[in-house]
Design a protein around this ligand. Structure first.
Ligand code: GAP
Length: 429
């Protein structure tokens, strides 16, 4: 199983999904750079999330800044509570999260000093003078940007409880222990939804969102046997939560573990910000005049962690081929176009024409390849996860048909070029 992770990390680098951060300078722990295919995979994950939420009609979107007034983090409780317990070894001075500290290193048994707490928010200063600048934090979650704009969204749109505000943005955490590729990093993009409901209806909505989010993953191809919902025990939940369920994935490196959190944050955040800012962030029911602080249900997932689950789940080896069986909606490139041979100008011209049409008319993410032989081109597209390959051959010049090869079955069918738009539109909706 651990071997699967190595294979996926290596494929990710080889095929332009993910590169180690700052690689030519020896790297920077806990950072990864998304390459050409990785960017498209991430964009597809984000756009599936956005379109799924916006189709509901009760969710609006926000894009708040990364830096907030540091009072935000005092109010939210993060200055006090966003801490990990760390232990330092007296001998090698390495620090570990207490729950992840190994007993030994290669050459010695660790001798740990008493545990200390460590706030995992990155700190920096605004203004040109470092020591006189105001302390700010790089946000460890995007959620607070939503809470502090709750009043602005209410007054500028026609939303009514129950409704949600969703946001995509970077979060930063100075994790003591990073690792397992994209699983635990120091800088990551988050997909966060804060769904505001009437107190008393929170349990119902909490259950609703757990199921909804689980379904989203399986609809996008995660095998049902690799994903499940787990209710966290009270002692494991965050300081703001009244109850948290997690969507767990069957990771090859830790067995089962968190992919996405679905928390019931109650009215904690809106109340705290009302208290600290002096602005009333309560909600008044337009029909009844009832005034209350809505409860918040929060599904929250890292894009990179989700991408890792999709990549691991899609990896397959069949009959000597490596296939990345990504759901077509997530695949970076939907179709590859090949001339059967590269040295026949008629075939190349026709293939380039089809390639342009797919891009320009259908707006499909397509690639063109005329290197090596057809078998090698199929092999490389299978590894990248491209669901369909079109080959332009001699018959194309006679009857206007091409072969379309399916990534997962390797079966081929002949389709008329004029039918390609209907063919792909049907496949991708
Ligand atoms: N606003 C809620 C919140 O921040 P969280 O469980 O701490 O909750 C939400 O984080 C999600 O963000 C996690 O389920 C995971 O998908 C992702 N995540 C958290 N820390 C991460 C890290 N260090 N590296 C990658 N993804 C991370």
């Amino acid at each position: 199983m651990a071997d699967l992770m190595e294979k996926v990390v290596s494929l990710a680098k080889r095929r332009g999904y993910v590169f180690p951060g700052s690689e030519i300078y020896g790297g920077l722990n806990g950072t990864w750079d998304f390459g050409p295919a990785g960017v498209l995979l991430k964009e597809n994950i984000k756009s599936e999330w956005v379109s799924h939420l916006s189709a509901r009609g009760d969710i609006v979107f926000l894009d708040s800044s990364v830096l907030y007034n540091s009072r935000v983090w005092e109010a939210s409780g993060h200055v006090e509570s966003f801490v990990d317990e760390l232990v330092e070894c007296e001998i090698c001075h390495r620090r570990f999260r207490s729950d992840m500290a190994p007993e030994k290193d290669s050459d010695h048994t660790h001798k740990f000093l008493p545990p200390r707490t460590f706030n995992t928010m990155f700190k920096t200063d605004v203004g040109p003078v470092e020591d006189k600048g105001d302390r700010v934090y790089l946000r460890p979650e995007t959620a607070q940007g939503i809470f502090i704009n709750f009043g602005n969204v209410l007054s500028s749109t026609r939303v009514r409880v129950p409704f949600g505000i969703a946001q995509i943005g970077k979060g930063f955490r100075n994790e003591i222990t990073t690792g397992n590729f994209l699983f635990r990093v120091r800088e990551f993009e988050m997909l966060e939804l804060e769904f505001f409901v009437k107190p008393g209806e929170d349990k119902k909505w909490h259950e609703f969102w757990q199921k909804e989010r689980l379904q989203w993953f399986t609809d996008l191809g995660i095998k049902p046997e690799n994903i499940k919902l787990v209710e966290l025990p009270k002692e494991d939940i965050a300081h703001y939560s009244r109850g948290t369920a997690e969507i767990w994935y069957h990771w090859p490196f830790i067995d089962w573990g968190e992919l996405e959190g679905v928390a019931n944050r109650g009215d904690y955040d809106l109340k705290q910000h009302s208290k600290y800012s002096g602005r009333d962030l309560s909600y008044t029911e337009p029909d009844t005049g009832d005034k209350y602080f809505p409860y918040v249900i929060e599904p929250s997932v890292g894009v990179g962690r989700a991408a890792l689950a999709f990549l691991l789940d899609a990896y397959a080896e069949e009959g000597g081929r490596v296939i990345l069986k990504l759901h077509p909606k997530l695949a970076p490139y939907k179709v590859a176009v090949f001339p059967l041979v590269a040295n026949k100008p008629d075939l190349v011209t026709k293939a380039k024409e089809i390639y342009s049409e797919l891009r320009l008319k259908l707006r499909l993410s397509a690639v063109f390849d005329d290197r090596g032989n057809i078998g090698k081109r199929y092999y490389s597209q299978d590894e990248i996860g491209t669901p369909w390959c079109i080959t332009v051959d001699y018959q194309t010049l006679e009857d206007g048909t091409v072969t379309v090869r399916d990534r997962d079955t390797a079966s081929q069918e002949r389709i008329n070029v004029s039918q390609l738009d209907t063919y792909f539109t049907q496949k991708l909706t």
